[in-house]
Design a protein around this ligand. Sequence first.
Ligand code: AMP
Length: 575
Amino acid sequence: MSSVRHDAPTDSTTPPSPDDEGTAFADLGLRAELLGALSALGYEEPTPIQREAIPPLLGGRDLLGQAATGTGKTAAFALPLLQRMPDDRTGGDPVALVLVPTRELAVQVSEAFHRYGKDLGARVLPIYGGQPIGRQLRTLDAGVDVVVATPGRALDHIARGTLRLGGLATVVLDEADEMLDMGFAEDIEAILEHAPERRQTVLFSATMPSRIDGMARQHLTDPVRIQIGREQTVAGEAPRVRQSAYIVNRAHKPAALGRVLDVESPTAAIVFCRSREEVDRLTETMNGRGYRAEALHGGMSQEQRDRVMGRLRAGTADLLVATDVAARGLDIEQLTHVVNYDVPSAPESYVHRIGRVGRAGREGVAITLAEPREHRMLKTIERVTGQRITIDKIPTVADLRTRRLELTQAALRESLLEDDLDPFRVIVETLTDEFDIMEVALAAVKLAHEAAGPTTEDEQEIPQVAVRAAREGRPDSDRRGADRRGGGGRPRSGTTQVFVGLGRRAGVRPQDLVGAITGETGISGRDIGSIEIADRFSLVEVPQGIADEVIAGLRGSTIKGRKATVRRDRGGEGR
Ligand code: AMP
């Protein structure tokens, strides 16, 4: 990569005031303990949804928010909830209940509560199926402040009298559309009946189908409404750059970033991260992988920032890893690539970031690494900007090898056209006495290729993650009804059919099975294939790789209040 020039070094490295985007966390009225935790996590400023949701939630209002994963919605409800928690609580029943669709999310959300609430001593308990109930009972008994639960297991505890909702001040329904898709509507209704009438209710959902609207009308009182990506005003302002995204699991992100940079070979690139912490971590990782990366974030002194910009200008660094706040106002002329290491928290922020390339008719590239769960946010950004983001496959090792050979070839062509090669003529002439000229050329190319950079020998393939098309508001039960197959169907290749010994006579519906599986395991409803319900049994098609987990999950739960025989389907024998 060549050097990066920075046009106005003195002014533009000055840290921007928080007023640039209007609000800092401190302006939202959050207490010192929470501000301390956020600063320790390296969050530099609130995301748009946090800016809009936190003040009314602190004021005790109900809220209906349309926001997908990646917008920062968890902190948007968790911070006010922690702040409203009475001081010095010991013992007692929870003051807040957060209902979530899956075990995975229950764990994630309660970890978020722990991180934000550690200086407040918040006692947070995730409860979900599949986890030994004994530990949950003991912790509930000792007293908790916040319970984060899947609806099925919450209802179990309510029925046993071990989860008492009489002291709830706030109920949050997170990813409400997912919960309805999974057949939890009745469970949620039943749970809300146990909650005090006078309470704060918060509902977040990525989509707003009419069923969610109905739910909000019934359970929310005069709610504040917030919608991320509602503004269409940024359309047209977005620059014309090549925009693509890669879907990767979190664990593979550093490798994916390296692979994409290797194939793209940018002149200069800026990589945006969400927090200071992530900037520091990623800079270290990328340096360890042989890139010359520099960190830039709001926690750095002016002197440190100037030094970073100096190294970029001098060409001794190729990658700038930065937070939005730190990069604001920065104008780097030779920037060719903008990389979003995470999906930005709002379409406006995406437009801001990619606006740094493709200026004045130059070519620009914007690349986004998204986790599977953040796929929907990409769709929102596309809708708001009116521009397409192509989902590309992570380059394979073979792609990388091809690309590196192309680069060597280009370098040789350049040398043939421009360099004075005469001093080397004597070597070629001497060697051709002994070898064919083609052999000599091949050896020279090999040396040039190896000198240009690492070979692909140590490279590992990065797993591709498939993402299903977004199901805007379409209930799962419809989808499952539509592709239900007649009796005796063979499973498709790569899938297994799981036999469940309860069927129509027991009142089993597809959503009951989906709910039992997803509530008890880390599996998403999207992983479950067709469901066939016969009079006395049901067949659930699942990917082979997760069949054992599905079977264990179903065995550990009840369906319509009953235990069922669950096993791999053996193709109709004994039925
Ligand atoms: P969520 O949309 O709630 O799943 O959050 C997405 C991610 O953004 C999580 O990893 C959070 O830790 C992170 N995050 C949330 N708010 C902020 C913020 N204001 N600054 C930086 N990172 C944040």
